[in-house]
Design a protein around this ligand. Sequence first.
Ligand code: DTR
Ligand code: CA
Ligand code: ZN
Ligand code: ZN
Length: 448
Amino acid sequence: MSPYGIRSPHMKLSVPRCSAVAAAFALAGLLASGAPTASAAPAAPVSALAAPDIPLANVKAHLNRLQTIATENGGNRAHGRAGYKASVDYVKAQLDAAGFTTAVQQFSYNGTTGYNLIADWPGGDVNRTVMAGAHLDSVSSGAGINDNGSGSAAVLEAALAVSRAQLQPAKHLRFGWWGAEELGLVGSKHYVNSLPSTERSKLSGYLNFDMIGSPNPGYFVYDDDPVIEQTFKDYFAGLGVPTEIETEGDGRSDHASFKNVGIPVGGLFTGASRTKTSAQAQKWGGTAGQAFDRCYHSSCDSLSNINDTALDRNSDAIAHALWTLSAGTTEPPGELYENTTDVAIPDAGAAVTSTVSVTGRTGNAPAALKVGVDIKHTWRGDVVVDLIAPDGTAYRLKNSSGSDSADNVITTYTVDASSEAANGDWKLRVQDVARYDTGYIDSWKLTF
Ligand code: DTR
Ligand code: CA
Ligand code: ZN
Ligand code: ZN
């Protein structure tokens, strides 16, 4: 069983140490001062640098378009209605023009066709994909500008900011706009359930944004993946805005579809029909004793049903999280896993194996996995060597040879193991296929 099909709760997203960012700014400062640099530190990945501000006006312009679409299509953007498909077409056109690779995924629900829109930003390690999403559908009673035009527009504008920046993050970025969330997370469930487990294991995290511009806003952070949660909390702390843990969220929006298959999730929320308390009004402003969004699932969820400050702050928080979480990993580069126990190789006999157990890594193994072997054996031409991945896939490292009379196999092989989950028991399999001359596995190691 791949450890990635069902992630244990302790699995968490990893983010770069701040030194990468510090190095980048230090280097910039140094170069700016004209001071001699002994040796330029490796430039930090662009994406380790600060995210750009997301212009509120751009986000609002998307909301205007979504309002117009609803007005022109019976007053809503609900699943199965013309207003929803028109919303998909609008968002897709923006992304296509910005260089994204987009795909519309169809599904059927209640006898009508639904649509998910998926957009990939080319580049980055697809084995470590950071995804952000929002449901694009409204309820049938209204335009759904806060629920969830706000999340859809903010995620769209963050994606367009990635394009404007020509961001080249270490990790791959993907975006999703879901259909039929209001009918039970239908679109996002369809997407996740349609993903092969090997593809699911490539998702390092999913960030969900559903109602992030409520007129009487709270600032709630999902308390799921601790790294994602802290990334958002740090952002708001930088603004001096207190946050609370989202307590009604479990199962209430599309992140649940991803969490249910073990993918780390997080997100932001400004509140729905619950009432803001006095204590919350003290710290956030707004009106105590009034719902965060009095127009939740109502016809008045229109352009006027947005708090600009909340929408702006959350849009910027999304960009901060995307830049930060896609910047790379703190997994120590070149981490090795070794077995130094000697294993005798029977002369012209059965194959023997030596195992290293890899744990705590995310995603798949690298395309250039280093396999260091140290096999003591006279007339090494007798010896056949294979690497066996945790799922049993064999990678031939060395064939036998009737002419290679030299002793010992002490070398490093490079294997494209990118289709293999990193964690699990990897084995070195060695067989002596010709009589006379014997030896043993002295040690071997994997370097990721
Ligand atoms: N179910 C969402 C609104 C919603 C209610 N509670 C939460 C918590 C976290 C995110 C979203 C929500 C909807 O009506 O679309
Ligand atoms: Ca902004
Ligand atoms: Zn809703
Ligand atoms: Zn919603």
